[in-house]
Design a protein around this ligand. Structure first.
Ligand code: ATP
Ligand code: MG
Length: 292
């Protein structure tokens, strides 16, 4: 099944982590989907959003994060199962209990530096490819929260995942991030690349004429395949990033229009995943060689 999605825009602060959180919780709460969230950012934003601080700190202190898994398997060439590093029952939404998380930590940056220094990019990609192959069968959906910019790890996700979606704010700078990604996809195309699933317009101010103009401009470009439902800049989404000490209902976390918009977005995501005419991911000779 093609169900692995990297959430990526080279531009920071466009709402990648917030949308991974909201989509995972909507898919779990509304559709009963079993979702694996992979935190691929040293800032560990999505890990903080999905776990209580004490639990995350215990995982980090105990060297049980996704970064520790990568260190063992890529740098030390151990054969640790990635499932041993999964934190189950993530999320503070009472009916979204089917979310698992591979949490991150700040030393991801150091790991990536070591990978480049020691020429382990190929091993990294093999490790990521193998993880995704197994996760595809164990979960209904795998959502990868990327760091801003373009690291060796992000490149591995982009080349090994089935799809990528790109959140963007409706403004000039953020749309440059999309253009950068498009150009990157075209470079070394023979190395394989995830299929673009579409652009999600996020943090739209409903009262801004400029935002409306940019939204229109983004939608005019068919290549963007913009999702029908824009996500507005609203306080519940800003607050959603703080893990609540007590579990709450989906509607308490995403009230009114916010929840309704997220439901539309999640339904469209599932629709696009199920589209029977979606072309197969390019299975290149190099891709096959790297996957082994
Ligand atoms: N639709 C929204 N409405 C209001 N606030 C939002 C919305 N989406 C995101 N935010 C807020 O914007 C900020 C940036 O969001 P987030 O951390 O999800 O972006 P990001 O793209 O993951 O950033 P980074 O590139 O640093 O990883 C956060 O404070 C978040 O609460
Ligand atoms: Mg983020």
């Amino acid at each position: 099944m093609r169900n692995t999605i990297t959430v990526m825009n080279a531009k920071g602060g466009v709402g990648k982590s917030t949308l991974v959180l909201a989509l995972a919780e909507t898919l779990a709460n509304d559709h009963g989907k079993k979702v694996l969230v992979i935190d691929s950012d040293a800032q560990a934003s999505i890990s903080h959003m999905l776990l209580p601080q004490e639990r995350l700190e215990a995982i980090q202190t105990g060297a049980r994060t996704f970064v520790d898994y990568l260190i063992r398997n890529v740098l030390e060439q151990a054969q640790m199962p990635w499932r041993d590093f999964v934190a189950g029952g993530a999320s503070d939404v009472d009916d979204a209990r089917s979310i698992d998380l591979l949490p991150s930590d700040t030393h991801l940056t150091l790991f990536e530096r070591e990978v480049s220094k020691a020429d382990h990019e190929r091993q990294l990609r093999i490790t990521i490819g193998a993880l995704l192959r197994e996760a595809r069968d164990l979960y209904d959906l795998v959502l990868i929260d990327s760091a801003p910019g373009l690291s060796v790890l992000t490149e591995s996700w982009l080349r090994e995942a089935d799809f990528y979606v790109s959140p963007t704010r409706p403004d000039y700078i953020c749309s440059r991030g999309l253009e950068f990604l498009r150009r990157f996809r075209e470079r070394d195309a023979h190395m394989g690349f995830a299929e673009p699933l579409g652009v999600i317009i996020n943090m739209k101010d409903p009262h801004s004429a400029e935002d409306a103009q940019y939204e229109q401009w983004l939608r005019q470009n068919a290549e963007h395949k913009c999702f029908r439902q824009p996500i507005l800049r609203v306080s519940p989404l800003q607050a959603a990033t703080r893990f609540a000490p007590r579990t709450r209902s989906y509607w308490a976390k995403y009230p009114g229009q916010t929840g309704a918009c997220l439901r539309e977005l999640a339904a469209e995501l599932l629709e696009r995943l199920a589209a029977p005419d979606a072309p197969r991911k390019r299975d290149t000779a190099l891709g096959r060689a790297v996957r082994g």
